[in-house]
Design a protein around this ligand. Sequence first.
Ligand code: PAF
Length: 283
Amino acid sequence: MKIVRTVEELTALRKENSFNGKRLGFVPTMGALHEGHASLVRRSVAENDCTIVSVFVNPRQFNDPNDYKNYPITTDADIALLESVGCNVLYLPSADDIYNGYEGCTMDFHGLDKMYEGEFRPGHFQGVVDIVYRLFDLVKPDFAYFGEKDFQQVAIIKLMVKQKNLPLTIVPCPIVREENGLARSSRNRLLTAEQLKVAPLIYKTITETCATIPESETIENLIETLRQKIDSIEFMKMEYAAFCNAETLERLEKFDRKIATRLCIAVWCGNIRLIDNISCTIK
Ligand code: PAF
């Protein structure tokens, strides 16, 4: 696996003849890689001639300075994991180099940056599109792979690609879970042993409460039920839960079995914020 660190090196690599006519897959990450990332890279390796992975903890997308400060950095382990799954190129930029002379990406979020995650993490999605647009411009992939744990992020990046008319396809990939149901996340490693024991209850609670929903059920009731169940678990405090149209991400006011519905949730477990989402069956 080749490791490049600067825009110059990446651009030079991109211009090399070896890339011509080849199908290029890209997996942008913030490192602290786990099985969820590994599944994205494996898929890219299987579907493309060459796979580039970026590891960059993007300061612009952290609305909470403590979250940024505590974000795990595990570069050696990341390199070992990427080697083991067949990544061809690792791009490890620095903030100064990648943002040098680059203002950011202006787009119309259609209000999506202010809802759900955006309501509680102001500026987060602007930071995400800033870096993703820049990375797409430098890497110029044919396919880019994103995990559906960040369901709203995937929708916003698809919108950005459409608005900017970028010549690439976004490939959303299913959430990877621990055997106990906990969605894999780089933040899981910040949980204490005690918190790790209860963290799988988020998935258990949302699947039990939302797997099959009678159409006559009200959304307010179900969100209140979720809040009571989650808040009764040690260390846990639900920040929000929302039922949305899985295609448009529009917030649903009532259940409708004809609309593909997704529940998105954020829960504080101690001072670690965890997110999850599931598809709901309305009957
Ligand atoms: O999902 C992430 O890890 C980040 O938001 C991304 C897409 C790598 C941008 O920094």
